[in-house]
Design a protein around this ligand. Structure first.
Ligand code: GTP
Ligand code: MG
Length: 394
């Protein structure tokens, strides 16, 4: 081999080696990127196990100590994500549903007010109609007194005028001045945190799932926290809701794990992943008030520790509208345990007792912010006094 041949050989060798090296590096980068993409939105430092589940373990001191095994579970299936219904379509449909189950109240009142003679018996019937719809004794008495006075002064049987009068008084009763907007706007460096509480079976998990969809539709990054650790199935139920709209769920795989630590981890995951909102589902299956007080109080305290002096933005009490006075008693117990900032009234589709809106707001001094109108994923609506009353009078 002369010098020229040697030079050509060296050049060819260098080119081949460089080519192989480039191919290897590109492949490794692609693999790393695809592993990253499998992480959830808002996911934090993670280690992947064999099943492809993304896991995270944290340790923290004191009450907020995380239990090993708390998991940030990303949507595992790459199933196509659902797109929640556009708000206007959804709300029009829900308004119709509310009117269907509750218009008996409004129309009944209107028919009674339009009678030729408004005698004592008719006023009693008006009173009974309101009480049967769960409006509650005090609000009913107030409304009947006001109506008596105003109908007398108005001195007309004109249906449109009576309807306008009734509408005005019902809206006043529901109180249009209450602040019903959900606090779901992230502050710098931290997400908004919403804690959802209530007796078992009222619709907490369903509400968290529906709310996540609404927030995703508003382009918010959401993390769910499965702080109902009584049954593994509870976390599965929540995670399924999350997966449908591509939202990760922080959960523990251990049944009976400390719910406060899961709540804390969910908030942490929300902070680390720069999410907008963390929604925390809790258990309702608690035997007595002391146990409830201990557990919910701790969940709230420990979750707030992750916020460095910040507080939880919303504590939503979920109440089943079909449970009437019984539900009201439960609501009072919960409000003594945690500071409720808003009420979600579920199952209004299945009852004509919409008057419970008035009763529960009076009893707790807290506004109804959302209403559940069915089991479907888009069956959650914001509550406003005017729309509610219009649905009653439809
Ligand atoms: N018709 C109707 N059903 C609802 C509504 N909200 C929830 N549900 C149903 O109520 C049942 C209980 O709902 P969940 O969300 O599991 O209730 P939960 O409060 O989480 O119950 P626990 O986890 O056992 O405490 C389910 O069958 C829901 O589909 C609603 O607005 N309307
Ligand atoms: Mg639940």
């Amino acid at each position: 081999m002369d010098a020229t041949e040697l030079l050509v050989f060296i050049i060819v060798f260098v080119v081949v080696v460089a080519g192989v090296a480039t191919t290897l590096v590109t492949g490794a980068k692609r693999r790393a990127k695809s592993a990253l993409q499998r992480r959830p939105r808002g996911g934090t430092a993670t280690a992947e196990d064999e099943s492809g589940t993304v896991q995270e373990e944290r340790a923290a001191g004191d009450e907020s100590a995380s239990e090993p095994g708390d998991t940030l579970t990303a949507p595992t299936e790459p199933a196509p994500l659902e797109t929640p219904t556009e708000p206007r379509t959804r709300l029009a449909r829900l308004r119709a549903r509310l009117a269907k189950s509750n218009s008996g109240l409004g129309r009944g009142l209107l028919a009674l007010l339009s009678r030729d003679t408004l005698d004592e018996e008719t006023w009693e019937e008006i009173e009974d109609t309101l009480l049967l719809a769960d409006v509650g004794v005090d609000p009913t008495t107030e409304l009947v007194d006001t109506l008596r006075e105003r109908v007398r002064v108005l001195g007309t049987k004109e249906p449109d005028q009576l309807r306008a009068l009734l509408r005005e008084e019902l809206i006043k009763l529901v109180d249009p001045t209450m602040e019903r907007e959900l606090s779901v706007t992230a502050a710098p460096g931290r997400p908004a945190v919403v804690l959802v509480v209530g007796v078992n079976g009222t619709g907490k998990t369903t509400t968290v799932g529906k709310l996540a969809r609404v927030l995703v539709a508003e382009d918010k990054d959401v993390v769910l926290g499965a702080a109902d650790t009584f049954r593994a199935a509870a976390a599965d139920q929540l995670q399924t809701w999350g997966e449908r709209v591509g939202v990760p769920t922080v959960r523990s795989d251990k049944e009976g794990a400390d719910p406060a630590s899961v709540a804390h981890d969910a908030v942490r995951a929300g902070i680390d992943g720069e999410s907008d909102v963390v929604l925390i589902d809790t258990a309702g299956r608690l035997q007595n008030k002391v146990g409830l007080m201990d557990q919910l109080g701790k969940v709230k305290r420990v979750a707030e520790r992750a916020l460095d002096g910040g507080t939880i933005d919303e504590v939503l009490l979920v109440l089943d509208a079909t449970t009437g006075q019984n539900g009201m008693q439960q609501a009072k117990v919960f409000s003594e345990v945690v500071d409720i900032s808003g009420i979600v009234l579920t199952k209004l589709d299945g009852t004509a007792k919409g008057g419970i809106v008035v009763a529960v707001q009076r009893a707790l001094g807290v506004p109804v912010k959302l209403i559940g109108l069915g089991e479907g994923p888009d069956d959650l609506a914001p509550f406003t006094a005017e729309e509610f009353v219009d649905a009653l009078l439809d």
